[in-house]
Design a protein around this ligand. Structure first.
Ligand code: PEP
Ligand code: MG
Length: 840
């Protein structure tokens, strides 16, 4: 058999591989090679198990011949990746009437009866697939209970309980092999990333008895805490137990380590305890991972049954990987590869305590991660009032617009009925690290009554407490217990290593000094997009902005903008100072102007009062500015050309801020970006105007300074015509939110309503606003990059849409030769780790 790789006694040299026999078989072989006291084990390959599942007869003789005549056996699953699961283990195969008699003598009637009864029940339920209820009436564990168990089995199965170890083993192998092919098992493992044809191996092991005379028991031990990853011996131990019994309950458990509540294995059997600890340390060193050791003690002697990777929280995963590298067990690169980027998201935000029960009342799109609790408020004013009282609140809106930004800053979370992953609430939420769920259409929103109604009929009013989980999209009734974010030294170390390895840079999208500070703390390599319009919504500025919109002449507009200039200059000066010589890319004004005007009657009345105009004038003007399709209307560079005073003011503010910020001796790298370009001439006109402002400021201030001017590629035409646009500018930054919207002709604010149907029916593999569409939008990116580079070889290429924070999309950008990606500040760590993994 040694030469038959399909059914192999696991010895140091047996031909066993994870890809053919599964992870458990391979791990056991490693333990055997380390000379650990592992009971005799036989591994069955994927092929053998598949053959059994398809009706082939298991060659039981080959297996049982490897074990002593009277030994009991257990069978455990061995899939390629332990996370893919597998059928439950079956212990004590070979138990029968004769064995019972002999165990009765050695371990006592009670223990022997319990052992046999449990085996019959497991066999009946898992192997013969009999009804589990048939044993419900049996109480106790003694001999009488055993006899009732046998009787129940024989009645239901209509045959005697099989006494032959071979017959039992063949049936167990067959049932486990078939269970792997069951629909739910298949769906479950595929959800965890298993391929459709993932194989199952099985391991047959000689049972070690954690039961009997002398000191017997079983348990698990690991050297680190699963929640924090900190070094700490933890685990469970149960005297007179088998398998994973020790994990099942609290009763009769001997503590593993010294414990004030009762006696421990460490005190009672110090030598065995030390031996197990030493083995765990050896496994860490040789298997290059933190392992949980599964052991049994038989008459005081330690046996190692198995080793599995320690289960771990995201925080522990980071600490374990970093510590293994710091101890020289693995390389830094390997440590980086061992942490999934998306796990970092959990570390950066508060989470709902995983141990609490969730009273979920509805679900939407998880648009900005983290969880928060607070009282419901239904408009921005209420949110600000709540914040002023020091009360946590959740802002509920049908959808948000620029007017809600101040409310979002005041709220602890945002919940909207409409919207998708790149809708306003989602983008702002991610930008400021605010938990956000959008498109929660399973709830009924009533803004007028200020209520939310759940599907089960429960109604929640303004002031009621609720929890929003932006990581899962769940909405919960009441205030759930939360866990704090965990940015410890191990996280920082991992991030430093990531930056050393990565070959595509990561910048942050940051609109405010607060965002910029977050970006700097996460070591972003600059600001890749500052959406300046967000600066106009502060209460003092909004009125000025509205005055500007209502001004009739260019001079009138310039006069009003004069008042905004110092505020903008101050904004930019702060950003330059915070970023300490790292590039800051400022996008000129982008949204349609009417976004700044009030839509409701009371807002219009207030505006009429503020401007000293008749209300009818205000209403008429607002009506006249209304557009059928504002996202394709008068916005971006189109405003720059038709209402040039705004860009002039912004350019001046930027240049004066460069001068002010560099007065401290700090280097400033300023970049100016023109949004929504579709034609070369647009760039020429705006560029000439900006250069003229720069010239004027240089003259006035008597100092020289430099800046880089670039174009946002957000329309398909800009990508196609990149060859003639590129020579005008220093960089092209692809705004993949609008580019996706325009390539698909799919509104980023409305797609959320039907996106799940589209994904479910396989029209789209994934939401293209979330993961870059490589085929369509990606082709425009590639074309744009190639044509831009051909015309201007030194041009800097980047992506600043939300895709910039998506690991898969970062891979695409890297392959297409982009210099950097820019994403929301809180996604910077995820992007940095993803970038490092791509380069390794
Ligand atoms: C984009 O369109 O990708 C972009 C970054 O700009 P915004 O999201 O502000 O439209
Ligand atoms: Mg855009």
């Amino acid at each position: 058999m040694q030469n038959n790789p399909d059914t192999t006694l696991i010895t140091p040299s047996a031909p066993v591989a994870t890809a053919t026999h599964g992870g458990r078989a391979k791990c056991l072989q490693r333990l055997v090679r380390m000379d650990l006291p592992v009971p005799r084990t036989v591994g069955l390959s994927f092929g053998t198990v598949a053959n059994i599942a398809n009706g082939g007869l298991p060659d039981v003789s080959k297996i049982v011949d490897q074990f002593p005549m009277n030994a009991l056996l257990c069978v455990r699953p061995s899939s390629q990746d332990p996370d893919w699961g597998g059928p439950g283990a079956v212990l004590n195969i070979g138990m029968n009437d004769a064995r019972f008699e002999s165990y009765r003598m050695s371990m006592g009637e009670q223990a022997a009866s319990a052992l046999y009864s449990r085996f019959i029940q497991t066999y009946a339920i898992n192997v013969e697939r009999l009804d589990p209820d048939m044993f419900d009436h049996i109480e106790g564990e003694g001999r009488a209970a055993l006899q009732e168990t046998i009787a129940a089995y024989e009645e239901e199965a209509e045959e005697k309980f099989p006494q032959s170890r071979r017959i039992q083993l063949a049936a167990v192998l067959r049932s486990m092999a078939r269970a792997w092919n069951g629909t739910s098992a298949r769906l479950l493992r595929q959800a965890k990333g298993a391929p459709v044809n993932a194989g199952l191996g099985l391991v047959v092991q000689q049972m070690v008895f954690g039961l009997g005379t002398g000191h017997c028991g079983s348990g698990v031990l690991q050297l680190v805490d699963s929640d924090t990853g900190a070094p700490q011996v933890t685990g469970r131990y149960l005297s007179q137990s088998q398998g994973r019994d020790a994990l099942a309950g609290d009763t009769a458990s001997l503590y593993l380590t010294r414990d004030p509540r009762g006696p421990s294995l460490e005190e009672k059997l110090p030598e065995a305890f030390e031996t197990i600890k030493t083995y765990a340390g050896l496994m860490r060193q040789r298997l290059r991972a933190e392992m949980q050791v599964e052991f049994a003690i038989e008459d005081g002697v330690v046996h190692i049954l198995d080793g599995v990777r320690v289960s771990r929280s995201s925080r522990a995963a980071v600490r374990i990987a970093v510590t293994l590298a710091q101890d020289g067990v693995i390389s830094r690169e390997e440590a980086l590869m061992r942490v999934q980027p998306r796990l970092l998201t959990e570390l950066l935000h508060r989470q709902i305590d995983p141990s609490v029960r969730r009273d979920v009342i509805g679900k939407g799109i998880a648009a900005s991660p983290g969880a928060a609790t607070g009282r419901l408020v239904f408009d921005s004013g209420e949110a600000q009032a709540s914040a002023a009282r020091g009360e946590a609140c959740i802002l509920v809106r049908r959808e948000t617009s620029s007017e809600d930004v101040r409310g979002m800053h005041a709220a602890n979370a945002v919940l909207t009925e409409r919207g998708g992953i790149t809708s306003h609430a989602a983008v702002i939420g991610r930008g400021i690290g605010l938990p956000c769920v959008v498109g929660a259409s399973s709830l009924i929103f009533n803004q007028r009554d200020r209520t939310i109604t759940a599907k089960d009929g429960r109604v929640f009013h303004a002031g009621d407490e609720m929890t929003v989980d932006g990581s899962t999209g769940q909405i919960l009734a009441g205030a759930a217990a939360l866990q704090e974010a965990a940015l410890d030294e191990y996280f920082q170390t991992l991030m430093e290593w990531a930056t050393e390895c990565a070959d595509i840079k990561v910048r942050a999208n940051a609109d405010t000094p607060q965002d910029a500070l977050t970006a700097r703390n996460f070591n972003a390599e600059g600001i890749g997009l500052c959406r300046t319009e967000h600066m106009f919504f502060d209460s003092g500025r909004l009125t000025v902005m509205r005055e500007m919109i209502f001004a009739d002449t260019s001079d009138g507009r310039r006069a009003v903008l004069e008042r905004l200039l110092p505020m903008q200059r101050d904004d930019f000066t702060q950003l330059f100072r915070i970023m300490q010589g790292k590039p800051v890319c400022i996008r000129l004004f982008d949204p349609p102007l009417h976004e700044f005007l009030p839509m409701d009657a009371s807002g219009q009345r207030e505006l009429a009062e503020a401007l000293g105009l008749p209300r009818s004038d205000v209403t008429r003007r607002i009506e006249a500015m209304r557009e059928y399709n504002p996202m394709l209307g008068l916005r971006g560079v189109r405003l720059g050309i038709t209402v040039p005073e705004i860009y002039d003011m912004q350019a001046r503010a930027i240049f004066e801020a460069i001068v002010d910020a560099s007065e401290d001796g700090e280097e400033v790298i300023a970049e100016i970006m023109i949004p929504l370009v579709s034609a070369r001439r647009e760039v020429e006109i705006v560029k000439a105007a900006i250069d003229a402002v720069a010239h004027a400021v240089r003259q006035e201030r008597g100092v020289n300074f430099s800046y880089r001017l670039g174009v946002m590629v957000e329309t398909p035409r800009a990508a196609l015509r990149a060859g003639e646009i590129a020579p005008q500018c220093a960089f092209l930054s692809f705004g993949t939110n609008d580019l996706t919207q325009m390539t698909y002709g799919l509104s980023r604010d409305d797609a959320g309503r039907f996106m799940s149907d589209y994904v479910q029916q396989g029209v789209f593999d994934e939401d293209p606003f979330h993961t870059l569409d490589h085929e369509g939008v990606g082709e425009l990116l590639t074309l744009g990059a190639q044509r831009g580079r051909a015309a201007q070889p030194n041009i800097t290429l980047s992506v600043c849409g939300e895709h910039g924070g998506n690991p898969e999309s970062i891979g695409f950008c890297r392959a297409a030769g982009f210099d950097y990606v820019s994403c929301s500040p809180f996604r910077v760590p995820v992007a940095r780790l993803a970038a490092a993994q791509l380069a390794i």
